[in-house]
Design a protein around this ligand. Structure first.
Ligand code: CP
Length: 326
């Protein structure tokens, strides 16, 4: 395989071959070991990453910023208010000018369907340095790499044939992006896992993501199933990710989405449902979670939950992405 990743964008896992994603994971495991041993790994000395956040973040911002520091470089934290987007800086200005100053651009733009992925793709068109998605409306590729790393760790690398359940769950806080659900159904089949998507009827994913998930499952010789019954989905599950998203394929109105979600407030991952899964099943959530709505405290704080290891792996995987591409 071609190991030359320098200059490559990372806007969706779909843009990288499975071999390349596996290599990225190898690098992440290596960097995780080096950090544990206290071995410095200044692979990006004097390099600059511009991070543009058009939404809030705890894990993504801090793991990416810490990653740049630990790799010997520096990350600028930019927000919509801090730059001149509202005064006329288009994707062309952002792509060309930031390319003249530094070595990588990372963008979070995940709130509005049809906006974020297009914005990043346009910046990437003009940038001659890598552009990395820190979550769009379409995919959350950095989260996906942390998630598959966590699954590999928890099942001692034996992940082929595992049943991965991506379930919608009720959250009163806000209409969350679909990126994690879409990223999961699109990517996990490529690592040999059977994927079940459990959704109330109004919470369908984008047709493009569903088509990619189906194609990837066929190519990998695994199953991709959809059910409207959360209990049925849990039966025999090895990995459960129960989290909320807005019903953007039903309505673009965020308030209406939350009203529709209320009808399904019984979609919660509790101990009864967890007991329908395999005995050694793991519970994942990218966080932040609406505790006792999406998932009970007993589950998220219980022995099956791997959410903090999953959050830690955001650091090791983004380091691998930055070190390979910048
Ligand atoms: N998982 C995740 O993306 O978390 P943040 O929104 O806090 O970055």
């Amino acid at each position: 395989m071609n190991t030359k990743m320098k200059g490559r964008d990372f806007l969706s896992t779909n843009d990288w071959t499975t071999e390349e994603l596996e290599m990225l994971l190898d690098v992440a495991f290596d960097l995780k070991k080096q950090k544990a041993l206290g071995i410095p790994h200044h692979l990006l000395d004097d390099k600059t990453l511009f991070m543009l956040f058009r939404d809030k973040s705890t894990r993504t911002r801090n793991s990416t910023e810490a990653a740049m520091t630990q790799l010997g470089g520096h990350a600028h934290y930019l927000t919509e208010e801090a730059v001149q987007i509202s005064h006329g800086d288009t994707e062309k200005e952002m792509g060309i000018i930031l390319s003249r100053y530094g070595h990588g651009i990372a963008i979070r733009d995940d709130i509005y369907l049809g906006v974020g992925h297009n914005y990043m793709t346009n910046v990437a068109k003009y940038a001659d340095i890598p552009v990395i998605s820190l979550e769009s409306d379409f995919d959350h590729p950095c989260q996906m790499m942390a998630d598959v790393m966590t699954v590999k760790e928890k099942f001692h690398n034996e992940i082929r044939g595992r049943k991965f359940v991506m379930s919608w769950a009720y959250a009163p806080s806000y209409a969350k992006p679909m990126a994690v659900a879409q990223g999961t159904v699109m990517m996990m089949p490529r690592f040999g896992m059977d994927v079940t998507l459990a959704i109330p009827p109004e919470f369908a994913l984008q047709p493009e993501a569903m088509e990619i998930a189906q194609k990837n499952a066929e190519e990998a010789g695994v199953k991709f199933e959809v059910t409207n019954d959360m209990d049925t989905a849990m039966e025999g599950a090895d990995i459960i990710e129960a989290k909320s998203w807005g019903c953007f394929m039903t309505t673009r109105d965020l308030k209406e989405s939350q009203e529709i979600a209320k009808k399904h407030s019984d979609w919660i991952l509790d101990e009864r449902r967890l007991n329908l899964a395999k005995k050694n099943a793991i519970y994942m959530h990218p966080l932040p979670a609406d505790r006792n709505f999406e998932v009970t405290d007993a589950v998220i704080d219980g022995p099956h939950s791997v959410v903090y290891d999953e959050a830690e792996n955001r650091l090791h995987t983004v380091k691998a992405i930055l070190a390979l591409t910048m």
